[in-house]
Design a protein around this ligand. Structure first.
Ligand SMILES: *[C@@H]1O[C@H](CO)[C@@H](O)[C@H](O)[C@H]1NC(C)=O
Ligand SMILES: *[C@@H]1O[C@H](CO)[C@@H](O)[C@H](O)[C@H]1NC(C)=O
Ligand SMILES: *[C@@H]1O[C@H](CO)[C@@H](O)[C@H](O)[C@H]1NC(C)=O
Ligand SMILES: *[C@@H]1O[C@H](CO)[C@@H](O)[C@H](O)[C@H]1NC(C)=O
Ligand SMILES: *[C@@H]1O[C@H](CO)[C@@H](O)[C@H](O)[C@H]1NC(C)=O
Ligand SMILES: *[C@@H]1O[C@H](CO)[C@@H](O)[C@H](O)[C@H]1NC(C)=O
Length: 502
């Protein structure tokens, strides 16, 4: 089952290279692996797709930056004191040339955004002379600029968070042309403003842009964290996806290590002997998730305890289901119940904690299910049954839907009885019918309900908004690898930035 919650969040996360985490990063990666329930690997080709979106973020950072007003004072020969300041700095006509990046093994990500051209507009306030300071003049100005921007985010593992430190951020100005509106000012003043503005604008812009990039990164990190937690929570069940070790960067991929422990009813699952090793993942797909059985089993156990595995089917839906052709003859009491009673109802629920085990040939699920078929309006239960089911389940994702295929290898009726007679059913033919009905009607129905539920959970996280190509779920010994290529829809990012930066 692909019940993991991080597709979207990891995309966003690596795209600005911010890793959310909780405390407890282990320095020694080999011991950290043992506590790792889920791993995400994003390879270079994925980073290329995400980097195409970087320019949008940079644009947002420029446009959203608030440039503070600046005041200066200078004494000039013959003229005396000159007071001047910069106000209302705004940015116009921003365009971004290109953005390239590199994954630097063991270090971080290097990003170069070159040829950012922009027009800054603002007002210079000034006064001069000996008496003057309360006589303020002002001129509007425009600056044409061309800038290269470099950011070298470093990933680190902090106390509560593993985050990207974007303080290594620099701007180079190729061009900075000042135009003053109305050219009425004396030459010495123009010269003074040119020097002042050139210097000040560089300083102000650099400080604000780098600060803004850091801020957008943090907003994204919070966003990622919130959506992740929301997605992985289902009622009282939550999954801690805090990291176990600092993310690793090689020239070909970025990999993050997560706990993946389920929390429910004040208890937390424990993973301490995970079999993860980086060799279990390849590098030719864009995105990989490695998920241990040790993540799925506690999730399933919590879902069972929380009463999620119950299904009620009644009326026409139930009669319709039983039209499936079976080789066993329908026992008379069931035929009567379905056709002649006013409101037949079937309740099915898991009656012990289900368990799964994955190996190279598939995922096997052991479950004990109970069922009760009620006939008649007085609501007295007619048939009660309980069985052990073992089946191999495979999951796939296509057309934005998760599909589950189950192939039962064992269906054993533990007990079945008719409540009115309060006697166990012993008739082999009737037991055979129950077995066959469970196999051909019950299991497909339960899987189709699960498919819908799991697809709904994935969609809640926004999986359906992505273009996912050739996703595969590969079962291995004790874990599954989910691998895929993807496209990042432009509108997603634009909407996110709009929403967040308003
Ligand atoms: C922005 O670009 C448009 C179209 O090229 C131009 O008309 C406008 O004057 C520019 N604005 C500034 C502030 O340079
Ligand atoms: C930068 O952009 C301008 C205008 O878009 C273009 O004319 C110029 O060739 C670009 N320079 C580089 C180095 O890409
Ligand atoms: C929650 O835990 C308590 C005590 O550990 C236990 O008595 C109770 O049955 C549990 N509730 C559920 C729904 O599992
Ligand atoms: C969990 O523990 C807290 C404090 O010990 C208690 O208030 C709360 O009711 C418990 N929750 C459950 C679901 O048992
Ligand atoms: C199924 O029906 C039983 C009895 O009417 C009810 O207690 C239970 O909550 C129902 N379950 C679901 C999932 O609707
Ligand atoms: C789970 O599968 C593995 C690999 O096939 C096997 O070695 C192991 O015994 C199985 N575990 C259980 C509990 O069946």
């Amino acid at each position: 089952m692909t019940r993991d919650g991080f597709p979207l969040l990891l995309l966003l996360l690596v795209f600005l290279s911010v890793f959310e985490a909780s405390h407890g990063c282990l320095q020694d990666s080999v011991s950290a692996y043992r506590f790792t329930g889920a791993v995400c690997r994003l390879t270079y080709p994925a980073a290329v797709v995400l980097n195409e979106k970087t320019t949008k973020v940079i644009e947002a950072a420029f446009q959203h930056a608030r440039y503070p007003s600046v005041k200066r004072e200078k004494s000039l020969l013959f003229i005396g004191r000159v007071v001047y300041g910069l106000d209302n700095l705004e940015i116009h006509n921003l365009s971004i040339g290109r953005s390239v990046f590199e994954l630097r093994a063991g270090e971080g990500i290097a990003m170069e955004i070159s040829n950012v051209s922009a027009v800054f507009k603002g007002t210079i306030q000034y006064g001069y002379g000996s008496w003057l300071v309360n006589v303020a003049h002002s001129i509007d100005f425009e600056i044409e600029s061309e800038i290269d921007l470099g950011i070298n985010p470093k990933l680190y593992c902090g106390e509560e968070k593993v985050a990207a430190d974007t303080s290594d951020c620099y701007l180079n100005f190729h061009k900075l042309h000042l135009h003053l509106q109305g050219d009425r000012e004396p030459n010495w003043l123009k010269k003074l403003f040119t020097d002042f503005i050139t210097f000040t604008v560089k300083l102000v812009i650099k400080g604000q842009i780098c600060k803004e990039i850091n801020k957008v990164a943090n907003i994204l990190a919070d966003f990622i964290q919130d959506t992740a937690e929301e997605f992985l929570s289902d009622g009282d069940i939550t999954v801690d996806i805090g990291v176990t070790a600092a993310p690793v960067i090689t020239a070909n991929y970025i990999e993050s290590y997560h706990k993946g422990v389920t929390k429910y009813n004040n208890t937390s699952a424990v993973i301490s002997d995970s079999v993860f090793h980086p060799r279990q993942l390849t590098e030719n797909k864009m995105l990989y998730f490695w998920v241990s059985d040790q993540v799925f089993n506690p999730m399933i156990a919590a879902a069972h305890q929380d009463g999620h595995f119950q299904l009620n089917i009644s009326g026409a839906e139930l009669t319709e289901l039983f039209k499936t052709s079976l080789s066993s003859a329908t026992p008379e009491f069931i035929r009567e119940c379905l056709l002649e009673s006013g409101s037949p109802e079937l309740r099915v629920w898991s009656s012990s904690v289900p368990f799964l085990n994955t190996s190279t040939w598939g995922t096997t699920v052991w479950a004990q299910a109970s069922g009760q078929l009620n006939c008649g309006s007085q609501g007295t239960p007619t048939l009660l049954f309980q069985m052990d089911v073992v089946m191999d389940v495979t999951a796939s994702y296509a057309d934005k839907k998760l599909s589950l295929k189950g192939n039962p290898s064992e269906i054993f009726v533990l007990q079945a009885k008719l409540l009115l007679q309060n006697q166990p059913l012993v008739d082999e033919e009737q037991l055979g019918f129950i077995r066959e009905a469970v196999e051909k009607i019950g299991i497909p129905k339960v899987l189709s309900v699960l498919e819908i539920e799991l697809t709904r959970l994935l969609d809640k996280q926004g999986t359906n908004l992505f273009d996912i190509f050739n996703p595969e779920v590969l079962p291995q010994d004790g874990f599954v690898v989910i691998q895929m290529d993807f496209g990042f829809p432009h509108h997603l990012l634009v909407e996110f930035l709009k929403k967040t930066l308003q």
